[in-house]
Design a protein around this ligand. Structure first.
Ligand SMILES: [Zn+2]
Length: 98
């Protein structure tokens, strides 16, 4: 990873979960880095500049109590997109708020 990429990833992580922002209007929920896969071939690795921050409930495991749908969770990616927007839309939202 290049220095500029690392700095970008750090800033995205500091901003917090973008799906939490869509859901609740608040930034700074700690999360994990998610690589955007939209429009990419399976073998291609997404760019470090095309990453989102997602909290565990929006990333890996649905958090039903908090009504969070995880992009890799049981409810599924389609429901995630309906609830929070496409990965590209969430990327744009992230970039606007860095
Ligand atoms: Zn979240």
């Amino acid at each position: 990873m290049k220095k500029a990429e690392r700095e970008h990833v750090n800033k995205v992580a500091e901003l917090g979960c973008v799906a939490c922002f869509v859901q609740s209007g608040e930034w700074f929920t700690p999360g994990e880095i998610h690589h955007i896969r939209e429009g990419q071939g399976a073998a291609q690795r997404a760019s470090w500049l095309e990453v989102l921050c997602l909290c565990p409930g929006h990333h890996r495991v649905d958090d039903r109590k908090a009504r969070k749908i995880a992009i890799h969770g049981n409810t599924g990616r389609r429901s995630f997109v309906v609830a929070y927007g496409t990965e590209r839309e969430l990327l744009a939202l992230t970039t606007e708020n860095l």
